[in-house]
Design a protein around this ligand. Sequence first.
Ligand code: ATP
Length: 334
Amino acid sequence: DRLVTAAADGEDRAVEAALRPKDLAEFIGQERVREQLSLVLQAARQRGATPDHVLLSGPPGLGKTTLSMIIAAEMNAPIRITSGPAIQHAGDLAAILSSLTEGEVLFLDEIHRMSRPAEEMLYMAMEDFRVDVIVGKGPGATAIPLELPPFTLVGATTRAGLLPPPLRDRFGFTGHMEFYAPAELERVLHRSARLLDLDIDPAGAAEIAGRSRGTPRIANRLLRRVRDYAQVKHDGRITPEIAAQALDVYEVDGRGLDRLDRAVLDVLLRLFGGGPVGLSTLAVAVGEESETVEEVAEPFLVREGLLARTPRGRIATAAAWQHLGLTPPAAPPG
Ligand code: ATP
């Protein structure tokens, strides 16, 4: 229920379909991945061939699903969407693979979470466009080879390093997705505002972009909350003042920290003088589970240079004191 989480909720999914860029030219930012991918696709089109398998790695909400749909659209090919956790048995994967049509794009989200037997089946499918379907059990089991039409696998993972090397090596191209710069998020916001028929000031878009944690999904979500506020409290126009007021109501601060992020920093600074303090002590003081603090709040605080993890515990940086408007204690004499 956090407004600044990068994972998609139901409302996101409903709106995202309408906000997805449809081709590479419309896709904002990620210049390097876009250029590399454009070459891969153009070359495949010229050869009349199916493009190499593509691996997209990067944090959630940066546009991996969107890019996979663009790959299919650019190749004029259908797309099948599934995910690692949905494929528990090799048979699940065999069923999907054997129903693919020639040139189809298979998008496999969270590919690092596939089961081992399915993963091994995928190796052969990617390399030889063939799977061995095992029929029967025990000593009487037989492998029936099944030819597959050429297809393009687009795998998505939050960390390419999590993939076993034999799987990673079977991708012809890996695109590393980066967090978006504020100016790129402003362009995402202007585009979304146009599609949602909203009236937004350039400075209003900048205000929202600065709070969006480098993530288009979060930018689009904050835009919808600001839209509600502008519509209910004002005349609908999104100015920087209205954007700031709206996001203050939702406790997303000027840098994109939410209530939990600020609570962690606040406790670290006020109660523990900036640390070092152990994770579990910090979590108890905030009233959260250690995992929540470690997995939900800390990654962004570390990325923002507000908190550091050291062997002696968590410490706040000078930027953290500044962000919360507090003065660090004077260093002890000597
Ligand atoms: P997850 O892995 O969590 O599913 P994802 O990386 O696949 O996330 P998408 O679902 O592709 O993310 O993108 C999230 C939303 O952000 C979509 O609504 C999409 O419209 C928007 N978006 C992502 N990247 C861009 C972009 N480059 N330009 C414009 N909009 C974008």
